[in-house]
Design a protein around this ligand. Structure first.
Ligand SMILES: *Cc1c(COP(=O)(O)O)cnc(C)c1O
Length: 408
């Protein structure tokens, strides 16, 4: 194409908390299981046994990544949502048999947890939704104070998917163990970013999802400690120790085994690089007037940036960023399909107006310094342009006596 001017459009993917690109390693590991080793793991001839071996090896990889005592403590699921549903409804069933129908969770869980708890409330369970503080944190004491004689489950996320706060899971695990209450954690955002050891942390059940750690969508796992009599999820064949019937998703299971092994390797080195990019983004974006960081500055996922930008709507910001080739997220109305802003941002006390204008950038080890520089080059200009057209921004400046820099 000599002689032609051609502008390559930049693309920056900064939405890794929503999903991730499948890694080359995971893809390469999975591919043979589509067209060559396509046997059913339940079949007794070699082709089937090869698939069964691959599933077992992946189960071992997941168990190793979590510090599980035994390989059969890992159950493959269709993803994080299914693992959350299974753990919570399972624990509720176990509890109900003993007359224990009280569950403790937090107000800012993922909807896979919250909506399962709401369903159980309709079934006669009582749920305590612990409030989080303005940084998005809770304490183990809050959990301890909420535990009752009839508490059958504590389910608290390891790290929040919107504002990136990391909760005191080892401390909460200790409290649950002392009171003999089952402890489940939705660790979908934590796996591969925080060192996890289910034994040391007294975690009885843990949910994880493949597509948040560079494995495909539609695969995940539930860790369930030996001794917890997890009820069946799907009746049928003998897969997943008779508890979740259905022929295994062998290629995705193999990919998950590879992806989780890679994810938990050199976490510290990766986090050092990622958090450096994160901190540069936060520092520079906060230089834009009337912005605030959501979530805790210290106890924060290495790749999470969540900033409220007053006076503009999150979705107009996202659409304008998309035009510039930047993929990001917001906690505002339309993106989440409802009229209310994110329950997480409301839970940390943001007024609706501020919550509506929030921006989440979630970066991974695949991002580069050039990505960061490009975002920082584009974002302040976009904000200024959108504010200039925003009646809300004009009103904020007028009523609060703020200098309107967009008119300079
Ligand atoms: C993405 C996510 C889920 C859901 O996982 P899926 O595999 O998409 O079902 C659950 N919890 C958290 C915290 C998540 O970020």
């Amino acid at each position: 194409m000599k002689g032609m001017i051609y502008l390559e459009k930049r693309f920056v993917y900064a939405d890794n908390s929503a999903t991730t690109r499948v890694s080359e390693n995971a893809l390469k590991a999975a591919l043979p299981y589509f067209t060559q080793n396509y046997g059913n793991p339940s079949s007794i001839y070699s082709l089937g046994m090869d698939a069964a071996k691959a599933v077992l090896a992946a189960r071992q990889q997941v168990a190793n990544a979590l510090g599980a005592a035994k390989v059969n403590e890992v159950y493959f699921t269709s993803g994080g949502s299914e693992a959350d549903n299974w753990a919570i409804r399972g624990a509720a069933e176990i509890g109900a048999k003993k007359g224990k129908k009280h569950i403790i969770t937090t107000v800012f869980e993922h909807h896979a947890v919250l909506h399962t708890c709401e369903y159980l409330e309709k079934q006669g369970f009582e749920v305590t939704y612990l409030p989080v503080d303005d940084k998005g944190l809770i304490t183990a004491e809050q959990v301890e104070n909420a535990i009752r004689e009839d508490t059958c489950l504590v389910t608290i996320m390891f790290a929040n998917n919107e504002i990136g706060t990391i909760l005191p899971i080892p401390e909460i695990g200790k409290v649950c163990k002392a009171h003999n209450v089952l402890f489940h954690t939705d660790a979908v955002q934590a796996v591969g970013h925080i060192d996890i050891n289910v034994k040391d942390m007294n975690i009885d059940m843990l949910s994880l999802s493949g597509h948040k750690i560079h494995a495909p969508k539609g695969i995940g796992a539930l860790y369930c400690r030996t001794g917890v009599n997890l009820p069946n999820l799907i009746y049928g064949g003998a897969q997943e120790r008779n508890k979740r019937a259905g022929t295994e998703n062998v290629p995705s299971i193999v990919a998950l085994g590879t992806a989780i092994t890679d994810a938990v390797t050199d976490i510290e080195e990766k986090n050092a690089k990622i958090s450096q990019m994160r901190d540069k983004l936060i520092e520079r974006i906060l230089k834009i007037p009337q912005t605030r960081l959501n979530g805790d500055a210290e106890r924060r996922l290495a790749g999470n940036v969540n900033i409220s930008v007053r006076g503009i709507e999150g979705e107009s910001l996202l659409l304008t960023l998309d035009l510039k080739g930047i993929a990001a997220s917001s906690g505002s109305a339309c993106t989440s399909g409802s009229l209310d802003p994110s329950h997480v941002l409301l839970a940390i006390g943001l007024p609706h107006e501020v919550a509506h204008g929030s921006l989440r950038l979630s970066i991974s080890e695949e991002n580069t310094d050039e990505d960061v520089d490009y975002i920082l080059e584009v974002l302040p200009e976009i904000v200024k342009k959108l504010r200039k057209m925003s009646p809300l921004w004009e009103r904020i400046c007028r009523t609060e006596g703020i200098h309107d820099y967009t008119l300079d």
